[in-house]
Write a protein that binds this ligand. Structure first.
Ligand code: PGA
Length: 251
């Protein structure tokens, strides 16, 4: 595995004080982070500004947003545009997370529109895909993931996945403490990589496949052994700085 990409998804957590502490923690442990991973932090939108300084000073961290609107400006109360995100030095945006699909009724078509917009705005989509527990029991994981990928290809075309990230996040695993089996994840990701490569013809460069779902200091080591896992989308475990640091030490 090359240096894994680690995206810390803070979800609806943190406050001004916590993010200031996080910034100090990152600066203090810069050496470990740089040695162990390509780091990407995804705070809630209103705290993105706090990371501007560290991003400007330190090219070793990238900044992600947790959502984006399909419009770039106008009368869309409460939304965040890609232009605003770029203004905050954001380079990546998480879309299709199961929490947005489930709690905010985001469907495949809206997610594909978001993906398309991000590409046009030169932002890197982090597309989350994955199956429910029922779908897993029915052996439908690959089928479900391929469907979620196909909708993007249909709207965006052959080059869709050039310079993008897909995070395979089984829905039953997210936040449950119950991670997927690393060998199964390897099989799923290698199958999806081949599938996407074939559909992309020669246009699959700078493409990452991540795993997300209850990654922690006790299991990351096993995932790192698998060759098709390029990194991780980490939720709960990144909220505790000691655990976060321990995760890195286990890579
Ligand atoms: P988790 O969240 O690490 O708490 O399972 C992962 C995610 O939702 O991205």
């Amino acid at each position: 595995m090359n240096l894994p990409l680690i995206i810390a998804n803070w979800k609806l957590n943190g406050n001004k004080k916590i993010f200031s502490t996080l910034l100090n923690f990152l600066k203090k442990n810069k050496k470990v982070f740089k040695q162990k991973c390509k780091l990407n932090i995804a705070p809630s939108h209103i705290y993105l500004y706090k990371f501007r300084e560290i991003i400007k000073e330190n090219q070793w961290i990238n900044l992600s947003a947790q959502n984006v609107d399909i419009h770039v400006s106008g009368a869309f109360t409460g939304e965040i545009s890609a232009l605003m995100l770029k203004d905050m030095l954001v380079t990546h945006v998480i879309i299709g997370h199961s929490e947005r699909r489930n709690f905010h009724n985001e469907n495949e078509y809206l997610i594909a529109e978001k993906f398309n917009l991000l590409k046009k705005q030169n932002l890197i989509p982090i597309l989350c895909i994955g199956e429910t527990i029922e779908e897993k029991k029915d052996n439908k994981t690959i089928e479900i993931c391929k469907k979620q990928i196909d909708i993007i290809f249909e709207l965006v075309g052959k080059k869709a996945f050039y310079n993008t990230i897909i995070a395979y996040e089984p829905i039953w695993s997210i936040g449950s403490g119950n991670s997927a089996n690393p060998k199964e994840v390897q099989f799923i990701l290698s199958t999806l990589r081949t599938y996407i490569k074939e559909k992309s013809s020669s246009f699959l460069e700078d493409f990452y496949l991540l795993y997300g779902g209850s990654v922690n200091e006790n299991n990351i080591h096993f995932f790192c052994k698998e060759k098709d896992i390029d990194g991780f989308l980490v939720g709960t475990a990144c909220l505790n700085f000691d655990i976060f640091l321990n995760i890195l030490k286990k890579i």
